[in-house]
Write a new protein. Sequence first.
Length: 389
Amino acid sequence: MNTLQRLIGQPVGHIDTPALVIDLDAMDRNLATMAKFARTHKVKLRPHAKMHKSAELARLQIKSGAVGVCVQKTSEAEALVAGGVYDIFISNEVVAPLKLARVAALTRLAQQHGGRIAICVDSVEGVNRLAHVMNESRAATGVATTIDVLIEINVGQNRCGMEPGEPAVALALEIRKHPPLNFVGLQAYHGRAQHLRTVAERRAAIAAAVKAASDTRQRIEAQGVAVGLITGAGTGTCALEAASGVYGELQAGSYLFMDADYGANERDAADPRFEHALFVKTQVMSAHAGHVVCDAGHKSHAIDSGLPQVHAFSERSRLEYANGGDEHGILRPAAGSSRLPSLGSMLWLIPGHCDPTVNLHDHLIGVRGGLLKGVVERIIKVDGRGALT
């Protein structure tokens, strides 16, 4: 039994620091809230597993009602398939021949287990490359494998995706020329909208996305090609896509853990309410008159969306986290507070961005019964850590 497994059944105080910890009670409530939300709005739920990169958590989401999961990388899909997850949408473009060969192999394997692999395209060249590799796979194996294909349209992210409307119509007709490719719908994800702070900004952004997606579907279907699904949405806007009547599937992922950046959004009354469930456990390693230093620096949490927040159990204990470098965090009393924790005190940080924070850790430590008096219940492997290809 390794050191982490020996933690099971032990109180939270036995967890060495820094460590990435899940409050399992909060996570379970988030899981149930999102599952109920999707059922109530009669939309499918396909959470983004790039957030947790864990086959165990993906299986848990599917058990709770999700139809499958999304990933962004071929290697993430490989890690999840190896962990028994067989319904995966690679919600990204893949054009490198070696990667496409891996996608073809994954597609065969998933279908052997009754699952499916789907993928995005946003160019004729991308379609042709995908079709070429799938045809090669058919010739080599003698198995008439097909892959589900969605056209990604640019609904405001201005990253990948072709422009809505007629360009997407032409691409849908191109996909239909290739027997191994099964055109199933549109990817219409607006990532930038997830972090627009005000309700009004998010509503305006998603209204434009809905219009673009709906118009594109109408134009494609006018050519006699069915658009079976429009998929997209994230934790910050999922209530808007669910209410649109246009989106049939939600890709929200961060809802399971939440982070400080999502916590900064103005809440819409229509939004499902999620709790913080992901924390970096740290402790005070050095104490001074006006500040203390904890042992959780940048190597334990991502800072692309800002520094972490210190979880406060009372108003009197509020602290502010300042940059201390790779291995240290500098903590000072927040406004209206004067108390500093003592040397060795246990503290909990809410990461600024959950996805890249998880990618810094090999395991997640699941605690049941709260952060103060809880007990370690399970150790969850981050199967896709470092899965970048």
